[in-house]
Design a protein around this ligand. Structure first.
Ligand SMILES: [Zn+2]
Length: 400
């Protein structure tokens, strides 16, 4: 046994269960046991009696390759070395904010795939990454500057196969327009149902999932009919869509942080007026659609869309707070960022503190079940695959 953590309060992640005074034993990056009995053979005991310990946070929608500036395309003008260094900085920000796993949904040049492997090989530190590589979008469609343009069934099939050949963990499709592409409307459908169907076929054959950027009603419906596994953003949902999501077990990742930061900071920080208008046009529908989805039992996972304007890579806890402000209980929002997020990604080895799972945990000052904001301010330690990080030390390392 490598180390034992004595936890004053522990949220194991199993149905909101809270336990007191538990010993979590860790060996080779995995949890060996969770017990009220002190393991007799261990000498290395970390005293977390004053903390709330919970599973490491999982962010299901990031863009580590994108700098959260007013112009998302700015980073594409940077030399390669600068982009790589910025990605490393974003990964440390994620880790320092308690995030041990991310699903990265759109990066240029397969850089996310290469960085994922750098983390796997322990060349650099960062959360575990599950990545899509460039998103598949129609010609001139949303995010075409970062994505791969595809038109027609054969091209879509080939592009999906190419994604898988590159080593992507999942495929990202653009079912509708979006906020941050000039002249493209979030409400408009883009890739057709037929096109997305062949992409889903190819991904599913290989045991991979498909995540759909889907904001307008028709595009969301097309994506669901095509068989996607998660709806990202979902600005304009209706009851028919929501019922279908429940029936099919499709995940919803609302990414509240993205519109939130553009709405509060856009004007002051020089975001294009067109983008601000598109955000404001969607806010009300987004909030009411979410309430409806929550009440109807749609499976919901936490994702921030980090990298969109002013939406930094350390905002996972802010998304949890926004989920609460939109009607989730503290326990539900924490589950959205732990076991639900793991299920959304399709990984069974994390998201809870249980024997046999990865030793991914955070120690928080305060009790997030009473005050959810402590996740924003008071994550003191992060354990990722058994490796212990002091978040203050990580944050100091970011001072450039
Ligand atoms: Zn995104």
């Amino acid at each position: 046994m490598d180390r034992v953590y004595f936890c004053g309060r522990i949220l194991t992640g199993a149905c909101g269960e809270v336990k007191r005074n538990q010993y979590v034993s860790v060996e080779n990056g995995k949890i060996v046991s969770v017990s009220s009995q002190r393991p007799p053979e261990c000498t290395d005991i970390v005293d977390w009696s004053g903390y709330t310990v919970m599973p490491g946070l999982i962010n299901c929608h990031t863009h580590v390759g994108i700098v959260p500036a007013a112009d998302s395309n700015l980073v594409l003008t940077y030399p390669l070395a600068q982009r790589v260094i910025l990605i490393q900085k974003h990964l440390v920000q994620l880790l320092a904010s308690g995030v041990t796993t991310i699903r990265d949904l759109g990066c240029y040049d397969d850089m996310d795939i290469q960085i994922r492997d750098c983390i796997r090989n322990e060349f650099i530190i960062g959360p575990d990454m599950f990545v899509s590589g460039p998103m598949l979008t129609m010609t001139g469609g949303h995010s075409y500057t970062v994505g791969v343009e595809v038109d027609g069934k054969d091209t879509c099939r080939k592009a999906a196969r190419q994604r898988l050949k590159s080593g992507a963990d999942l495929v990202k499709v653009m079912a509708t327009g979006g906020v941050l592409t000039k002249g493209v409307e979030p409400g408009n459908a883009q890739l057709s149902c037929e096109e997305m169907t062949v992409i889903c076929e190819e991904a599913h054959k290989a045991g991979k999932k498909v995540a759909a950027h889907a904001q307008g009603t028709t595009g969301i419906q097309n994506a669901l009919n095509a068989g996607v596994d998660s709806i990202e953003h979902g600005f304009f949902m209706n009851q028919k869509i929501i019922d279908q999501m429940v029936r099919k077990g499709v995940y919803y990742v609302p990414t509240f942080c993205a519109p939130y930061f553009m709405a509060c900071k856009g004007k002051e920080l020089g975001l294009a007026q067109e983008f601000i208008d598109k955000v404001y046009n969607s806010l009300e529908a987004h909030a009411s659609g979410f309430t409806c989805a929550l009440n109807s039992g749609v499976k919901i996972a936490c994702g921030t869309d980090a990298g969109t304007p002013f939406n930094g890579h350390d905002m996972t806890a802010k998304e949890i707070v926004l989920l609460c402000e939109h009607g989730m209980s503290n326990v539900q929002a924490i589950q959205a960022a732990t076991q639900n997020a793991a299920e959304c990604i399709g990984v069974a080895d994390r998201g809870k503190i249980e024997s046999g799972l990865l030793a991914d945990m955070i120690a928080v000052e305060g009790n997030p079940l009473e005050d959810i904001h402590c996740l924003e301010t008071s994550v003191r330690y992060v354990v990722k695959r058994g490796r212990l990080f002091d978040t203050d030390v990580l944050k100091r390392s970011l001072l450039g």
